[in-house]
Design a protein around this ligand. Structure first.
Ligand SMILES: Nc1ncnc2c1ncn2[C@@H]1O[C@H](COP(=O)(O)OP(=O)(O)OP(=O)(O)O)[C@@H](O)[C@H]1O
Ligand SMILES: [Mg+2]
Length: 252
């Protein structure tokens, strides 16, 4: 039986039966600005400094510098963690944002090795190396949505995502993988990624008249008794906090 991982996000563990399932992949679905990147940073930073679990961040859309400076606002110094060999970053932005010129280079580079899958294989290789280098127990991948540009064909994209998610499961780390919400509401179609992962957490911004509320919901967590309610969360200078017992449109 695998154990529970203390997420480091106040309120989240209460929704998922005491913690995230160890060694599993959790998909975090959220629209722009819902706090996906902050959630990843908080999970990793807390793992390093509160749980002695080192971490690796895979960025598919932001530069390393951008991520570091964004996280610094919350007091999370990933440069320091990196210097202490507790953290490593895999810059995979080239996988998702390939300019015409680079695309050409890629093709040449991959001619002998063949296939569009090459960038994912290389990414998994880099990830594996960094996990070993820092002895990581936690990984965050932000964001699968960025792969849409690289793999406009849904079948190829699915295959790339499956490879990535399966590799994460095999690596024995507890992972958060973010992606974007297709559209809001009850009729939301399940994303393909949802079927591949162990758990799904959804973050969204709800509008009620002039008020907006941030709401989070654990949609699935295999093997755990979850609280499936849509509950409010906030973002402030300390990061994300979830309020599992607070009504959605109540006063904060
Ligand atoms: N100090 C802060 N206090 C309150 N809210 C903040 C603070 N810092 C950032 N935010 C909010 O956090 C959100 C951005 O978080 P984050 O970058 O993690 O979102 P994201 O889901 O990754 O967005 P994107 O889709 O653009 O990558 C914004 O809505 C911003 O208003
Ligand atoms: Mg982001």
């Amino acid at each position: 039986m695998s154990g529970k991982v203390i997420s480091g996000i106040p309120g989240l563990d209460e929704l998922v039966d005491g913690g995230l399932p160890e060694g599993r992949v959790i998909l975090v679905i959220g629209g722009p600005g819902t706090g996906k990147t902050i959630l990843c940073g908080q999970f990793l930073h807390s793992g390093i400094y509160n749980g002695q679990e080192n971490g690796v961040f895979v960025t598919l859309d932001e530069s390393k510098e951008h991520f570091y400076s964004e996280m610094k606002q919350f007091g999370w110094d990933f440069q320091k963690a990196q210097d202490e060999r507790k953290f490593a970053l895999v810059d995979a932005t080239r996988v998702s944002r390939v300019s015409m010129l680079k695309e050409k280079l890629y093709k040449e580079e991959s001619r002998s090795l063949r296939g569009k899958q090459l960038p994912i294989d290389k990414l998994v290789e880099d990830l594996q190396a960094k996990i070993s280098a820092v002895g990581a127990k936690r990984v965050a991948v932000d964001t699968l949505a960025a792969l849409t540009f690289r793999f406009p064909d849904p079948i190829e994209r699915r295959s790339a995502m499956t490879d990535l998610i399966e590799s994460l499961s095999d690596l024995g780390v507890t992972s958060l993988v973010t992606t974007e919400l297709g559209y809001l509401g009850l009729q939301r179609k399940a994303l393909e990624e949802e079927f591949l992962v162990h758990g799904v957490i959804m973050m969204q911004t709800l509008f009620s008249g002039a008020t907006t509320t941030r709401a989070i919901q654990v949609e699935k967590m295999r093997g755990a008794k979850v609280n499936p309610s849509l509950v409010p969360y906030s973002i402030d200078q300390n990061g994300i906090e979830i309020y599992p017992t607070m009504p959605l449109f109540g006063d904060k």
